[in-house]
Design a protein around this ligand. Structure first.
Ligand SMILES: CC(=O)N[C@H]1[C@@H](OP(=O)(O)OP(=O)(O)OC[C@H]2O[C@@H](n3ccc(=O)[nH]c3=O)[C@H](O)[C@@H]2O)O[C@H](CO)[C@@H](O)[C@@H]1O
Ligand SMILES: C=C(OP(=O)(O)O)C(=O)O
Length: 422
């Protein structure tokens, strides 16, 4: 078993380059399947497991893929509509985008229900509602979603819940539907704009991405293009939180400061110093933090994906902090592990109540999802002693070169393999 070891107590200092966004990458890669001709080149791809799995899925579908460094080139001209009820699609959440992309390209698809972080119920009813409105017949058979449409026709679709995945998935199918599709109550995350930008470069006509009404004019054909992925605001936010937690001072490069505002605002409210300049953000920790309340909301609210690392940071703040996750009902599996490290946190429904400041100390912990792992890394960096974290594979799904980046900032982190007796 592999473990991530974190020796805490050192302030993070220096500069860190932020990678391309995971949640954009895993939507842009399946979007390349919509190009009937030409090559689609995606730049600034993060080196993460979700991207590697997606590359394999594309190859299984008959696309020609070259992946070198942070660039992927996809030739989807010879694509085949392979059924994927099981296997790799179960390894990541974003495999649900194959439904929209293949429905758009072929008018039919069979895709297994997605995997991804276990955060409580994660239904896809809004995706299905959207596909049905576009004219698809959708059935669930033995854990797979079967979609078929004789013709896809543009429609007006009102999302009952603001969903990143449903908004993007409907866009993917709608770019190949006849006529206009209007998505109302659409999600506004920057990753949605990124996908709309790629699709527009491929020849689609999309307006309103980034607002809650998106209009898509379907096109009979789309072609390859070149696109560079936006910076990962969640990776950036994690380093900001870690810098504040260790009372360090770091500059994040290659970021869009506007995307980081929800976390910058909360860090400032606690007492940290944040300075923005062009594509960089400086985060400077201070000696005293006051507790704050955090409520996760769809963008531009505080992102649920930073709730877990932020909870770790709040153990170092004076007074009582309340962290409410309005997106996922049970995204608190990190809390028990933080308590092992000395935190005083009680979970009451959707809210974690954190009493601080409590000193943290290194312990053996286990991550059960990606951002739970990030919260334990933050806690480990803040703690006295060595933290041994199992569940490293979760980190690898979403953080490019985490140890290298942290080491460059002066942290002591390394991996260890232990062999279990049988
Ligand atoms: C690959 C990817 O981009 N993952 C992100 C995406 O996940 P994902 O796309 O799965 O999240 P959604 O935005 O769809 O989910 C938001 C909320 O809507 C609910 N819902 C969603 C769809 C649906 O059909 N029915 C429904 O009820 C979900 O259970 C959740 O409570 O956005 C989440 C919210 O910002 C992030 O935490 C994930 O990192
Ligand atoms: C929840 C997340 O990922 P996914 O939706 O891919 O499981 C995340 O990135 O925090």
């Amino acid at each position: 078993m592999e473990k991530l070891m974190v020796k805490g107590g050192r302030p993070l200092m220096g500069q860190v380059e932020i990678s391309g966004a995971k949640n954009s990458a895993v939507a842009l890669i399946p979007a390349t399947l919509l190009a009937d001709d030409g090559l689609t080149v995606i730049e600034n791809l993060p080196a993460i497991q979700d991207v590697r799995i997606y590359k394999e899925i594309l190859e299984d579908l008959g696309a020609k893929v070259e992946h070198a460094g942070d660039e992927m080139t996809v030739d989807a001209s010879q694509l085949e509509n392979v059924m994927m009820p099981n296997g790799k699609v179960k390894k990541l959440r974003a495999s649900y985008y194959l439904m929209g992309a293949l429905l758009g390209r072929f008018g039919e698809a069979v895709i297994g229900l997605p995997g991804g972080c276990d955060l409580g119920p994660r239904p896809i009813d809004q995706h299905i509602k959207g596909f049905e409105a576009l004219g698809a017949h959708v059935a669930q058979e033995e854990g797979a979603i079967c979609l078929r449409a004789a013709r896809l026709r543009g429609a007006r679709i009102y999302l009952d819940v603001v969903s990143v995945g449903a908004t993007i998935n409907i866009m993917l199918a709608a770019v190949r539907a006849e006529g206009q599709t209007v998505i109302e109550n659409a999600a506004k995350e920057p990753e949605i704009i990124d996908v709309a930008t790629l699709l527009s470069s491929m020849g689609a006509r999309i307006t309103g991405a980034g607002t809650d009404v998106i209009r898509i004019q379907g096109m009979p054909r789309l072609s390859g293009c070149r696109h560079s992925i936006i910076p990962d605001r969640i990776e950036a936010g994690t380093y900001m939180i870690a810098a504040a937690g260790t009372r360090g001072s770091i500059t994040l490069n290659q970021v869009i400061p506007k995307h980081l505002e929800p976390v910058s605002a909360k860090l400032r409210e606690m007492g940290a110093i944040i300075r923005e300049s062009g594509e960089s953000v400086l985060v400077q920790g201070t000696d005293y933090y006051r507790g704050v309340d955090v409520k996760t909301l769809p963008y531009p609210g505080f992102p649920t994906d930073l709730q877990q690392p932020f909870t770790a940071l709040l153990t170092g703040a004076e007074g009582t902090s309340m962290v409410t996750d309005n997106i996922y009902s049970s995204r608190f599996r990190h809390v028990g592990e933080l308590c092992r490290m000395g935190a005083d946190i009680r979970v009451d429904g959707r809210t974690a109540v954190i009493r601080g400041a409590t000193p943290l100390y290194g312990a053996e912990v286990k991550a059960t999802d990606l951002r739970a792992a990030a919260s334990m890394v933050v806690a480990g960096l803040m703690a006295r002693g060595v933290t041994e974290m199992a569940g490293v594979e979760h980190i690898d799904r979403g953080y490019e070169h985490l140890e290298e980046k942290l080491k460059q900032l002066g942290a002591e982190v390394w991996r260890e393999h232990s062999y279990q007796r049988v």
